[in-house]
Design a protein. Structure first.
Length: 254
């Protein structure tokens, strides 16, 4: 099984942009799992799910639940149906990067059911990939769900707010409480961090890998719906991400 990578942090810290950009430098094949309900990662990659006939996990689950209500295929469990649909309906296959998105909840109740489907399905899917990269939703609740219990590299995207800095300690507490195992706990500053914020991150006792520099071109690409995979190599964001991965001892794909 390949390397398991998780990007996490507070809302607006730049997790999805970071995930999209690191995916272009990882040795293929790479599977991305987007746990954010707004499907922003697919947009950043230029992946049109519906055009390719693909659905989010929540969309597929909704259809399965509705069919069961109508007594269609009642002998097949929901989990068995969804295990098959993860491969056939939910997996977007790109040239070097594939993607599965959790999507927006359409059924009643919490996200427990779709989260459990991913928790059980991810290990089977990951066997076919060199890298598994998870783009987490904002906050720490996703860690309580323990969707990925064994992580090689955990990248925490930080902004200069007091809440973001306290978020680091909260992450460590929850990881210990729910029994998540990880190899490395990395801190990465977003472009809003000034020298004072960087100095703080350098003195937390955690491994600080550096800052993602401000890049007007990245904002333009996101605004215009262009794929971040097509950004020029000499752009500030790409150079920053390459530097972060190099410090984490990744072999950068050319």
């Amino acid at each position: 099984m390949g390397r398991k990578i998780v990007a996490t942090g507070r809302g607006g810290a730049g997790k999805s942009s970071f995930t999209a950009l690191i995916s272009r430098y990882l040795k293929p094949p790479t599977l991305l799992v987007d746990l954010d309900p707004d499907l922003s990662l697919a947009d950043m990659l230029g992946f049109d799910f519906h055009k390719e006939g693909k659905r989010s996990v929540c969309e597929a689950l909704y259809d399965v639940v509705e069919k069961r209500k109508k007594n269609i295929s009642p002998t097949i469990t929901t989990h068995d149906q969804m295990e098959s649909l993860l491969w056939s309906d939910c997996l977007y296959e790109g040239k070097r990067i594939d993607l599965i998105s959790l999507g927006t909840k359409l059924t009643e109740g919490c996200l427990c059911a779709p989260d459990e489907i991913l928790r059980r399905g991810i290990p089977r899917l990951a066997r076919n990939y060199t890298n598994l990269v998870v783009d987490s939703p904002a906050g720490v609740e996703h860690l309580n769900r323990n969707i990925v219990s064994e992580i090689n590299d955990l990248f925490v995207l930080c902004d200069p707010s007091d809440k973001s800095l306290k978020h680091i300690g909260r992450l460590k507490e929850i990881i210990e409480q729910v029994g998540i195992r990880y190899g490395h706990f990395y801190l990465v500053a977003n472009h809003e961090c000034d020298e004072e914020a960087e100095e703080y991150l350098q003195n937390t006792g955690e491994i600080y890998l550096g800052k993602i520099d401000y890049d007007a071109r990245l904002e333009q690409y996101n605004l215009e719906g262009k794929s971040l995979l097509e950004m020029p190599e000499d752009s500030a964001a790409c150079l920053s991400v390459r530097s972060v991965l190099s410090k984490a001892r990744y072999q950068i794909r050319s």
